[in-house]
Design a protein around this ligand. Sequence first.
Ligand code: GLN
Length: 491
Amino acid sequence: MEFLHDLTIKKLHLGLLTKKFTAVEVTQAFFRHIKNRDGEIGAYLSLNEEQAIRTAEETDIQIAKNDAPIALLAGVPIAIKDNILVEKLPATAGSKMLESYRASYSATVIKKIDEAKGVILGKTNMDEFAMGSSTENSAFQKTKNPHDTQRVPGGSSGGSAAAVSATLAVAALGSDTGGSIRQPAAFCGVVGLKPTYGAVSRHGVIAMASSLDQIGPLTKTVEDAKILFDVIKGKDTYDATSTQYPNNKNPGNATEAVKKIRVGIPKEYFIEGLENAVSDAVQKVIRDFKGLQVSFEEVSLPHTPHALSCYYIIMPAEVSANLARFDGIRYARLSTNEPIRAGKSALETAYLSQRACGFGAETQRRILLGTFVLSSGYHDAYYGKAQKVRALITRDFKEVFKKVDVLLAPTTPTRAFAVGEKSNDPLAMYLSDIFTIPANLAGLPAISIPVKAEEGLPIGFQLIGKHFHEDDLLNLGMAYESLYAPTVQKD
Ligand code: GLN
């Protein structure tokens, strides 16, 4: 199908209602395209073809029967990051540890997609347990950036971002603990929304760092991100951190709504090391917004320079606690025939060998780091101090949000880097999340949107909003996109 590449959720929905195509035809076309193109991209780890066709058939039957209403997501082909459980499908989280695991239940976000009759195409590649910024830490394969296959797609939701970017899905779900939705979205030229902490249930998501993790959409347009976010958000009794989502505060026309929004430019986000192409692109975005009568002012978030080090203490501490369950006995089982180690029991030998061969290098590094910062004698010096810094970072945002409604900044300091360029330099890799981490530490919603009319590699700009004010980010994004929308032909 020729039209696949520009199919958004909205267009697909209209096409189904006007009987331009059926949901089964669309689903089959996506699987054909995946089989042709994914060999080169490596976005998917597993496919869900049979079930996907069955779900699409249900939508076609509903349409044929004129069984109104048809949900916006009905018949929409969606890719799911492999740390989100879909009943009966593999959920490896990119780790050898879970290579043979199959989910025994579906995450709440998946149940919501199922109810809306979204079509799940398969599970996407990711850095092991969501730790990484390039998807090179997957135990199974390296995903390539569809804009240049010599480059990384970003991470850790690199498979999901690449799938949407290469038209291997209309939309995808990812997870974002320190930037894992927004950074790959920026690298692959798609939209990525990290919702407010607590806006979306994390029940059925393989936890990385529980005080930071959120699930969110990766889509072609901001409007599509809004549609998918509306489906997955809301309180869930299975996740005590989820909250009843407050009513939309600024409904209605985005171009009108944005005239009331005050945007702050945080000066700490325009630093040395920011690639010229990125900073020029962000300046162009600001000029575009000014044309829409959005008002701007410079603001300061003074504790920003400490965000990265604060995150690299809190996150590994939580990782070491969450990953303790993968001991090779209860949650995963690998076959090792190692003889009982000297001075150890059979059980200890099993733990040691399972974890040594089940976890990759980056995962082991973070478990060690996290165990160290939590250990007796160091806990207060590292973990306790990092919590205090986190409070200061959160307070910075609270202060600026007295003056402005939204912050605008680059999503990443550079465009997509080359495969292998940073894989042996963890610190250089960690720096790619320097602009995305603060929103996680403060639990704020943030979105990455591709800068329009750019030649060459994609660049993303980021909007960060107040808690539960996704509407401001989405309205600004939709107003921005409307500037570049092809003018509607009158016939
Ligand atoms: N790239 C960051 C890290 O490696 C963020 C990961 C994420 O958001 N899951 O920790």
